[in-house]
Each structure stands twice: as C-alpha cells, then as structure tokens.
Write a protein that binds this ligand. Sequence first.
Ligand code: GLU
Length: 500
Amino acid sequence: MTNTHAVRVRFAPSPTGYLHIGGARTVLFNWLVARKAGGTFVLRIEDTDRTRHVEDSVRKILDDLRWLGLTWDEGPEAGGEFGPYFQSKRLEIYNQHLRQLLESGDAYYALETPEELAALREKAKAEGRVFCYQRPDPIPTIAQGETARKEGKQVVVRFKMPGEEITVVDEILGEVTLAGDQLEDFVIQKGDGYPTYHFACVVDDALMKITHVLRGQEHLMNTPRHIALQRALGFDTPRYAHLPVIFNIDGSKMSKRDKERAIARGEKPPEIDVHDFRASGYLPEAVVNFIALLGWSPGDDRESFTIEELADAFDVKRIGKSNARFDREKLLSFNTDWAVRVTPQRLLEAFKDYLEVNESPMRQFEEAMLVHILECCKGFRTFSELINKTSFLYKADEEIECQPKAVKKVLVRKEGAGFAMLEYLLPKLQAQEDYSVEAMETFFGQACKEQDTKLGNVAQPVRVAITGTMISPPIFDSLAMLGKQRTVSRIKRCLNLREQ
Ligand code: GLU
C-alpha cells in the first residue's frame, strides 16, 4: 500500500469537540503511511453539519495534533494547492458537482417534507419493518425541485443508487460486498443547501487527489455509497483501509459517554479525548507509541517505538481485523518508561506544558525547582501523580492539613513518639542554616545517631508535618525544596495538634 511516491492521505475531522483518542489513532496511521512513503498528509475540516458544530473545536483539534507531533503538509494554516481545506468554504465546488449529477440524472430533488418522512418511518416501525426510502415515481424534475426551493421548502437532493452490488476492496478486511437492494437513495444535499458528509467527502477526496483512505471501521458501510458516487462522477476510487474499533478493556465500546457515566457515578472520568491525556500528565511520546499498537503490530515482540521508528516499521498489511483493547494499565506503564527515556530537557518541556494546561500554581516555580522535582521523583507514572506528591510545595502553611490516619499512625502511636521526635528536631532545624540536600542528609544522619534509631522514625514525623501525608519525594529533597522557614513553621503547627 505504501510503495508509491504520489501517496496522499488525509484526516478529515468534523469539529464537534476535542480530538477523540480513536481519531488520534486514525490520524497517526495516515500520518505514518505518508511518512513511510514520502507522501503527503492532508488535514481537511469537515464542517458542513451546522447542527453539530462546536465553537473553538478546530483550534482544539489542531492543538491536539500538534501536541501529538502529527503535523500536516496541507490544510488549515499550512495551506496547499488543493484548498480551501474547510468544507464550509467549498460550497461552490460541491454545487458544481451536484449540478452535474442532477443533469446526468444520477441525482434528483426529493420533495418529501421532514414531517412526511417521519410519518413514513413511524408507519414502518408500527408494522415492524425497517424503513427504507422509496424512490418516487416519477422522480421530480429539476424545475420542480428548484421551484419548491424558491417557495422556501426544505428540499433535499438524493443520489440515485444504481441498484447493483458494490464490492469494497479493503486493505485490511478484504472484499466486502453489499447487495444492490441494501442501499436506498441517500441525501447528498440537505435542505439547508449544505452537502452531506458522503457527498463532500467523495468530492474532496477526489479533488485533493487522495490515494489512500484509512478510517474507522464504523465508516465501512458508507464506503459502497462513496464508490457509487465516485463512479457517477467519473472519479477514481482511492484504496480503502478500515481500522479496527477500539474497545475498553472490559469489552465495552470506548466512547465519550464513558465520561458522563463516570461523573454520574461520582467517579473520576476516564481519559477519552487526546486533551484528557494531556491534562492528566501523559507524554505525547507514550500516547503515540501506545495508540500505534491499537490494531497494528510490528510482527515481533517489540513494543517501544519513537514516532520516527514507527514511520519506518509501519505497514498497513500488519493492521489486524479484530477489535483493539484500550489497556490503561499498559498505557501507564508506557508513560512511566517514556518519562525515563526522553531527555531531561524534553521532560521539563512536557512538564511545563502540563502545568500550563492545568493552570497549576507550579507554573510560577523557578525552572531549577521543576528540574529538582523531576529529578528526585524519577519513576513517576504521570505528571498528575507527581503533582499530587509535591503539592505541599505550593500550598500555604495553613493549607497543610494533616490526614488523621497519618497523625495517628506516625505521630500519636507509641505514646506520641512521633510528636516527641518533632519536639526534639524543631530547635535543631531552627538552628540549621544550610538546607541543601547534602546538608539535610548529614543532619538526619546525625539525628538518627543521637536518637539511636532508624531514618524512618526521624523522617516520617517530619514528612507528616510538612506535607500532611505519609507520601512525599525523598525527605532530604522535600526539605531542601521547601526551605527552612516553611519547614519550621509547619512543624510548629503540627505540634499544636498534640494539645488538641
Ligand atoms: N468527518 C468524518 C468523521 O469525522 C470523516 C470520515 C472519513 O474519514 O471519511 O468521521
């Protein structure tokens, strides 16, 4: 599929919100086909459905694509010789082709009102039949259609399906044939004058010289319609590959609704859109690597790929037919690995992006502090996890609330041994000037010796006092990052708990 130099592929999102992770997999596969073949990757915005249009969605999608590193050769902002790349700016082009089909008799104005169609649907339902649009006989003339439009009627244009069987030759699924009577005449221009998805997509794929269409399997049943349209318009049929559907690990379909369901149950919504993964602190390197393996495999056990390595290894022939499973644990483990694999500079850049996206108070931190956090927390799974562990660094002292469980376990137990340890440490920490990591190490070593106890018994009470929890980065680093003043103040505040 990828051995010709004129390879042109496209991703054609409808701007209905953020980019779904399944959409990202579609973009990635197209992008990889283009890169591998030295071809062109086109981005086209399919914005002709005014009822589904979501404000600002295009900007969000472009942003998500850039974050993933999937840049486009032609499309919005990039330009290109086959533009415009927004379908809403191509209405004149669709109208020309529509006219051609009307004049050749391959399309006709259909005059039924939405109410009449709804009544026919109801009737079919009541009789236990599947509704199938019946071509009117005789079909309205062009003049009748135009008159009806002029009178303000919501007239649509339908394509006359040829009634013969149509075979889709799919690069993944093989030949899929649909009998001629399985497809009714479908709408190609809506009552509002806009083309339907089918029509605009077919016209644009041809005019933009798209050679290969890789898209989700949910579009498979659209393809016979597209082929029929291509034949009527005298267009070539591009090569098609319909990608396996992505399922949740429990076998349910992965959809945007998963989020709403979780929210209704009072749970944290799962990441579904690319932006969710970005906001949860995943690295695009890990996301790209992970989604590449949703339906594609390199043919051996190898799992770790940079995007360039993927472009080298990718082959449409190795895309499977069966559904892909979205294993979140696996993605977490990919992310953990990638956080170690990328350069410290790159990790810092990604961390800053995460902080910006979440408008985190840590955006104000000096770069050296961010570097220290990343360095001493190595092994973290996501930036969110890292932030949870280090939020004590930006909280005000009064905001540190010691978890009752931590107080009980670390401070109160053994007749208040933890509190006693804090009492012992407080004057020493007040006297200590140097709060560098090395100085803290020496300080705690000395304290262990004097108290004849292990580090845990000295460090854990301090950890609870400064963070309110039993989990933090290594104690020496935690104190070094927090500094003397806040350390001392928090220990004092914590000691007040004893009197309560
Ligand atoms: N706009 C369509 C969608 O978002 C594109 C489908 C296609 O690739 O043909 O599903």
